[in-house]
Design a protein around this ligand. Structure first.
Ligand code: PBG
Length: 347
């Protein structure tokens, strides 16, 4: 890795330069609009507006459709989006995910537009390679290709590539970079590259720090067209039964200088959310209510097993009670409306 290592243990400036990030440092309010981050799938084709079959009511959206889609949600109080790029054309996918930081990519073009249209909106970008590699894995491989993911993912090259992508997003104007690959060392690499480019004090690093290998990601891989072509992600995502390793994964990222930590998925991992918040009370903690959790609740409500609003009030408050400061949820637009209408409190 780079010789001019930045001592990232004492970095704070990524944590308070924007009012939404400052709000995340204040954890004493139960549920508020600024607790929510809305994930957005930004499609390579600017005219696209298509519902995602596995994620009902959620869309892949092209740049030309984005402003009209987001305007009412911002008016309802949206403070932060998390961008994912989606490409359909297999010809744009390669070994190292080079389209991830291609200047023509949907995310790199969307960032400045979003900043122009919604000057107060905090722009976070998921940083990963899986939507851009033909193999659909989150890193790059060593020369010798076999079907064994664990023996041939090249950690150093993956981390370097991921840091380059994070830098490209930061240069385009992203306020938050959120690496979701889970490779050891990527937070340090991102910190270093941001520092070398004088961007530490205007970019926050939100690490997917405790990310489990989970069947709950099923609908997302369909949405982002990022399912692994072979193998699975168990060699770089955490075993579902782990506790110590799950906490150590976030500890690693704290030491490397992460501003914000994350547990993902959330509903089956509230013990980890609570323990992590107790272990690191001084870092904002995000939880990701992932695609499978979204779909499970959606279909349960559709089948009249329960009322959607009532079940979400209960779940979201339980996430806050467990220690989540930030909730990444596909239900964000709906919840913001309910908060605005005073229909989202426990009574
Ligand atoms: C990419 C990434 C995934 C999710 C967020 N970023 C998929 C995965 O790790 O397999 C899942 C989000 C969701 O399921 O809603 N690394």
């Amino acid at each position: 890795m780079n010789s001019q290592n930045f001592n990232s243990n004492h970095v704070l400036q990524g944590g308070y330069f924007h009012k939404t990030i400052r709000r995340w440092q204040s954890t004493n309010i139960l549920v508020d609009a600024s607790n929510f981050i809305f994930p957005l799938f930004v499609h390579e084709n600017d005219e696209t507006f298509e519902e995602i079959p596995s994620l009902p009511n959620i869309y892949r959206i092209g740049l030309n459709k984005l402003r009209n889609y987001l305007e009412p949600i911002v008016n309802d109080g949206l403070t932060c989006v998390l961008l994912f790029g989606v490409i359909d054309s297999d010809s744009l996918k390669d070994e190292s995910g080079s389209y991830a930081d291609n200047q023509n990519s949907s995310v790199l073009r969307a960032i400045p537009k979003l900043r122009e249209w919604f000057p107060d909106l905090l722009i976070a970008c998921d940083v990963c390679l899986c939507a851009y590699t033909f193999h659909g894995h989150c890193g790059v491989f060593s020369e010798s290709k076999s079907l064994s993911v664990d023996s041939c993912i090249n950690r150093e090259n993956s981390v370097e590539r991921i840091a380059q992508v994070a830098l490209a997003f930061a240069k385009a104007g992203a306020h938050v970079v959120a690496p979701s690959d889970m490779m050891d060392g990527r937070i340090d690499a991102i910190r270093n590259i941001l520092n070398q480019n004088n961007m530490l004090n205007r970019v926050s690093v939100m690490s997917y720090s405790t990310k489990f290998a989970s069947a709950f990601y099923g609908p997302f891989r369909d949405a982002a067209k990022s399912a692994p072509a072979f193998g699975d992600r168990r060699c770089y995502q955490l075993p579902a039964g782990s506790t110590g390793l799950a906490i150590r994964a976030s500890e690693r990222d704290v030491q490397e200088g992460a501003d914000i930590l994350m547990v993902k998925p959330c509903m089956s991992y509230l013990d980890i959310v609570k323990e992590l918040k107790q272990t690191f009370p001084h870092h904002p903690l995000a939880v990701y209510q992932v695609s499978g959790e979204y779909a499970m609740i959606w279909h349960g409500a559709k089948a009249n097993s329960f009322d959607l609003r009532m079940i979400l009030i209960e779940i979201i408050h339980s996430l806050r009670r467990s220690g989540a400061d930030i909730i990444i949820s596909y239900y964000t637009p709906m919840i913001l409306k309910w908060i605005k209408e005073n229909k989202f409190s426990l009574n």
